[in-house]
Design a protein around this ligand. Structure first.
Ligand SMILES: NC(=O)c1ccc[n+]([C@@H]2O[C@H](COP(=O)([O-])OP(=O)(O)OC[C@H]3O[C@@H](n4cnc5c(N)ncnc54)[C@H](OP(=O)(O)O)[C@@H]3O)[C@@H](O)[C@H]2O)c1
Length: 241
């Protein structure tokens, strides 16, 4: 895929996967834009005027307005959504707030953002929208993550169904399902963080670097596939479905 001089918006640009994507795209001469929630990315490849604060827990109409403004004022060609949070813990103990929060951050806000991006790309006549979901969107990967897992299943199903609405246009949608990636996601998790960190400590020998996963995501975006398994490990795991 040609990244050179493309205007690319990375949603969740300060995250482990988001920042690895930003670095690779910058090195491929793309013009990168990004959103963050708490901490503005500080890597020197960022132009700070290309960075915007965006919280998925905010008002959904305001999220759409903000996204529309970024897209139109910077003539964005490609959007990659790499933001999300994890909740670990027994479902029966989960508060209603945490159920709602997990769906808002991991499913509803991405879908609301997808609507703004799709409208903009369809009017423009071209564009590519990609969502980083997870292998958990194809198979239950870790016990005690029922709501997180179902939100990722939702994202995968959403993008696959949405792809049918883009047939015959120059607009593409795709979704990737990485397996375990070494990032701060477990440290940022909600719920039983200590329990989650213990499980991750055991599982992490099979985890991959954010750089390798970012490389696989970008290669997959160059293919015609809607569903992208970015690494050999993700491909092997997906066969368990
Ligand atoms: N790490 C893995 O093993 C793994 C595997 C497969 C898929 N994934 C998926 O990949 C995506 C990125 O995860 P990561 O591993 O890069 O984790 P990460 O390093 O914790 O990054 C998460 C990103 O999401 C943003 N975010 C979290 N809550 C948000 C909110 N309420 N509003 C807006 N942005 C929010 C974070 O911003 P702040 O830092 O500013 O809060 C950060 O940019 C997630 O959807 C995750 O489910 C991760």
């Amino acid at each position: 895929m040609e990244w050179n001089q493309k205007n690319i918006l990375i949603i969740g640009a300060n995250g482990g996967i988001g920042s690895a994507l930003a670095k690779k795209l910058f090195e491929s001469s793309a013009i990168i834009y990004g959103t963050y929630r708490r901490t503005k990315p500080t890597e020197d490849f960022w132009d700070s005027s290309h960075l915007f604060e965006l919280d998925f827990e905010g008002n959904l109409e305001e999220i759409q307005t903000k996204i529309q403004q970024i897209l139109t004022s910077h003539n964005i060609d490609i959007v990659i959504l790499a933001a999300g949070s994890a909740y670990f813990g027994n479902f029966s103990q989960m508060s209603l707030h945490d159920i709602q929060h997990t769906y808002q951050v991991d499913l509803i806000s991405p879908i609301v953002i997808a609507q703004s991006v799709l409208k903009y790309f369809l009017e423009k006549g071209e564009g590519h929208f990609h969502i980083v979901a997870a292998i958990a969107g194809l198979l239950p990967a870790v016990k005690n993550m029922a709501v997180y897992t179902s939100s990722k299943f939702g994202l995968v199903g959403f993008v696959r169904a949405l792809a049918m609405e883009t047939v015959g246009t120059q607009v593409r949608v795709s979704v990737s399902c990485p397996s375990g990636v070494i990032t701060d996601l477990p440290k940022n998790a909600l719920g039983d963080k200590e329990g989650f960190l213990k499980i991750i400590e055991i599982l992490k020998k099979n985890f991959e670097s954010a750089e390798d996963v970012a490389k696989g995501i970008l290669e997959g975006m160059g293919s015609r596939e809607v569903l992208n398994l970015p690494t050999e490990k993700a491909k092997a795991l997906s066969k368990r479905t």
